[in-house]
Write a protein that binds this ligand. Structure first.
Ligand code: ADP
Length: 326
């Protein structure tokens, strides 16, 4: 189970941190993927663009290979049972631990006029999204590690107080470690809403991709063989590893090691490989976005599957809590 907020254009971080795993997992597991529209209201209360943003996230995931016939692909707000579970979990979540959450502190800093209770209890709603399907594997990027730990805590507290209903959800990635795709200027992660000129979006034009990559921070190169890479150079190599062939990567690695690397050439190569990676996805997204009937059918089908699983969980939850006197 996993979700992405409809708060803007998807980027390379979303792709490599999350969607790439969805596409593999749908072949092996029963999967639930959702557009987290309710979560987006905690920071984006204006809903004028919500519908088109939801359509975009649906289309972008499908263009990346998510198959709505294999996985349940739905909108969070279409599954009402999640709100009920959220209420129960809120009684097992403590103010102190919620206030300490890194993402809460960050968002409170970014939106000082709107530090609402929904923002504070964001990890509780996220736990409800996961636990409503009694999911055990959650494909997310590294930035979500703390939220996952909180979801485990809430699941364990519930089980301890009322009896075993939930498995312990674990963050999941096919590679050894959770992925964090860095921003091109080396100051944090690629993100939907911040630092947009240092983030590569799946909707960026070829020209925009080239422009952003060519502006990535570099320096004059190493002067001693086998020197350690500074963070911003490690980041460029990380991007190269994601979209270029092993041969290309190997060539630039050895150029770096023997101090003959030319960052201009490296960035030109990276830009072209990035254009070849993102271009076809962008074209597919545009075609899917134009087919509203198809997107509606996807949402209906996904909601039906997600509701079935949610209803079964809530029957167990109500029974376990002791709300069985009706
Ligand atoms: P954003 O932070 O861009 O708004 P979301 O919060 O909607 O994205 O996260 C959607 C998924 O994408 C989550 O699984 C998150 O861990 C992953 N993700 C977001 N940014 C990155 C990044 N730069 N690197 C790796 N994974 C990321």
């Amino acid at each position: 189970m996993s979700g992405i907020r409809p708060t803007g254009f998807l980027h390379l971080g979303n792709y490599f941190g999350a969607i790439r795993n969805y596409v593999r997992m749908q072949e092996e597991f029963e999967c639930f993927f959702m557009v987290a529209d309710l979560h987006s209201l905690t920071t984006h209360p204006d809903t004028k663009e919500l519908k088109s943003n939801v359509h975009r996230v649906l289309a972008e995931n499908i263009a990346c290979g998510l198959d709505p016939d294999k996985a349940a692909f739905y909108c969070q707000s279409h599954v009402y049972e999640t709100s009920e579970l959220y209420l129960h979990l809120n009684m097992l979540a403590y103010k102190g631990e919620l206030e300490k959450t890194v993402t809460f502190k960050e968002k409170a800093r970014q939106h000082p006029q709107n530090i609402n209770a929904g923002l504070l209890t964001y990890p509780v709603l996220q736990a409800a999204d996961i636990l409503i399907h009694r999911a055990s594997l959650v494909p997310v990027g590294k930035d979500q590690e703390q939220h996952l730990e909180m979801a485990r805590t809430f699941a364990n507290r519930f089980n301890h107080r009322y009896g075993d209903v939930f498995p312990e959800p674990m963050a999941f990635n096919y590679s050894q470690e959770l992925v964090k795709v860095p921003s091109l200027d080396g100051t944090g992660k690629m993100s939907k809403s911040e630092n947009q000129m240092a983030t590569l979006y799946l909707a960026d034009s070829d020209e925009m991709i080239r422009k952003k990559v060519m502006k990535a921070k570099t320096d004059s190169g190493p002067t001693t063989p086998g020197a350690e890479k500074p963070d911003y150079i490690t980041n460029i190599f990380l991007l190269l590893r994601l979209v270029s062939t092993p041969d290309v990567l190997g060539k630039f690695e050895s150029d770096y090691d023997n101090c003959s690397i030319r960052y201009g050439d490296l960035k030109k190569q990276l830009a072209e490989d990035m254009v070849n990676f993102i271009g076809p996805i962008r074209e597919k997204v545009n075609a899917i976005m134009n087919d509203e009937n198809y997107l509606k059918a996807v949402m209906e089908k996904g909601a039906a599957k997600a509701r079935e699983s949610s209803r079964a969980t809530m029957a167990l939850v109500r029974e376990a809590v002791g709300l069985n006197y009706f």
